[in-house]
Design a binder for this molecule. Structure first.
Ligand code: AMP
Ligand code: ZN
Length: 470
């Protein structure tokens, strides 16, 4: 079976055949969560896409190293340098140290990932544990003449990088100073797109480290460059994130990494479209949906996974969520109800292994190729699901669960055989005899007795039936 994997590379705005640097080995970096609150289900949609990508690449026989950073310092309330560190604000709000806060939400994040069937990334580096690498990278940028200092800290000078903005394809000279960040503009900053590599002069910031530019903390973008290169090398295969990361965060990652090494940073850039809950969902606005909200509302987290599987990762997904209580802990969405119901039907179908249309090996292999063809076309999971439905083969669904992650092994099972106690069986026989003798008073009394014992007796053309009541 050889279907070549094509993916949409944001860098080239085109689908391209994917060829890793070392055949059979894939280095994948994905921008991870900022752990100042629970992940919302929008963040998790992006991580779910990355999980599908990893699983597909592995299914195709690749040895994938998946690195996802944990941002526990330096992500400001804007994606640029303005505002305050999200971690610092949240720590104050929750009366915790930023470190306690980070560990708490990192743990919660891993629990949510698990609930959604997202495999644990191979490496989950924390920004606060890689400050040394970030300083080293900044020093290299300084040595190569890409930086300048202001009262606020060390900046990357984008005017020195003639490739700057190649990912986002933005014409920066048309932007006005301060246009990108209306919260605060450092008067020492030379152009609006220049960005912080290291913050200094923030005496109230709790998380601080010594550096050649003064005591302070790293900028958010440098985190990803330093950690990606540490674990995957200066040039690696794929970098992923949400669409919102294209114009600022990923653009800056490319600039600082490529200027520091003189080499290509990531070769393929993939970006996931947003999940929109009635148009807007934002972790910083405090009003957002979490996996816990789904659970409180009676939804199986895998129903959300199934919903996401049915939309292509480059298409926005709308979720019309209605809150059903004032405390905003419970709600309901028609599309999730539909996904939950069809997942239930799917489990029932996959459980009926005796009804297998693809028992013939050649037919099965051809069907596998059909599904893979969809998956290899820029991870077209919705199309693959359509193909799977059209075959209606429990065996085929199970084969692809390594990618789908719907846990057929444990969930698509026939209800267990119920063993009926012998005294119950005796009563069933007695009732049958009473019916034959047309002693219906007696047979009704036995039916009532059985019900009281927790068993429901019925009659079928083949004879009496018995099952647990309720
Ligand atoms: P953050 O925790 O804010 O650093 O974001 C984690 C990831 O979630 C990033 O890759 C974002 O691009 C992505 N993201 C943020 N909001 C959404 C959303 N509504 N839908 C899908 N992905 C999102
Ligand atoms: Zn990142």
């Amino acid at each position: 079976m050889s279907v070549s994997f094509h993916l949409y590379n944001t860098l080239h705005r085109a689908k391209q055949p994917f060829e890793p640097i070392v055949p059979g080995k894939v280095g994948l970096y994905t921008c991870g969560p900022t752990v100042y609150n629970y992940a919302h289900i929008g963040n998790l949609r992006t991580f779910l896409f990355e999980d599908l990508l990893t699983r597909t690449l592995r299914f195709l026989g690749n040895d994938v190293t998946w690195v996802m950073n944990v941002t526990d310092v330096g992500h400001m309330t804007s994606d640029g340098d303005a505002g305050e560190d999200k971690m610092a604000i949240a720590a104050q709000r929750e009366q915790k140290t930023p470190w306690e806060l980070a560990r708490f939400y990192e743990d919660a994040f891993l629990v949510d990932m698990f609930a959604l069937g997202i495999k644990r990334p191979d490496v989950l580096p924390r920004a606060t544990e890689h400050v040394e690498e970030m300083i080293a990278l900044n020093l290299e940028l300084e040595r190569r003449g890409y930086t300048y200092l202001t009262e606020e800290g060390l900046y990357f000078d984008t005017s020195k990088d003639d490739q700057y903005g190649k990912l986002a394809r933005i014409k920066f000279d048309e932007q006005k100073h301060g246009a990108r960040e209306d919260l605060f503009v450092d008067p020492g900053k030379r152009t609006p797109q220049d960005f912080i590599l290291w913050f200094t002069n923030k005496p109230n910031h709790i998380m601080k480290w010594e550096s050649p530019w003064g005591t302070g903390y790293p900028g958010w973008h440098i985190e990803c460059s330093a950690m990606a290169m540490k674990y995957l090398g200066e040039t690696f295969d794929i970098h992923c994130g949400g669409n919102d990361h294209i114009p600022v965060h990923n653009t800056n990652e490319i600039a600082q990494s490529e200027c520091a090494t003189g080499k290509t940073f990531a070769r393929y850039w993939m970006h996931a479209a947003f999940l929109n809950v009635k148009g807007k969902m934002s972790k910083s606005k405090g009003n957002f949906l979490t996996v816990q909200t789904l659970k409180n509302s009676g939804y199986d987290p895998l129903a959300y996974r199934y919903l996401c599987l049915q939309a292509h990762y480059r298409s926005e997904l709308e979720l019309a969520w209605e809150w059903v209580d004032d405390a905003r802990t419970k709600g309901q969405a028609d599309s999730l109800d539909t996904a939950a119901a069809s997942l239930k039907r799917l489990y029932e179908r996959v459980a009926r292994t005796s009804d297998e249309p693809l028992a013939d090996q050649a037919a099965f292999d051809a069907a596998v190729t059909d599904v893979l063809t969809a998956l290899c076309d820029d991870l077209n999971v919705p199309k693959a699901i359509g193909v799977l439905h059209s075959y209606g083969s429990p065996r085929l669904w199970r084969h692809f669960d390594a990618i789908l992650g719907l846990e057929f092994e444990t969930r698509a099972v026939q209800p267990a055989e119920v063993s009926v106690p012998s005294d119950v069986l005796e009563l069933v026989d007695e009732r049958q005899a009473a019916r034959k003798a047309k002693d219906f008073a007696r047979s009704d009394a036995i039916r009532a007795e059985l019900l009281a014992m927790g068993w429901e007796v019925g009659d079928s053309p083949q004879g009496p039936t018995i099952k647990p009541a309720g």
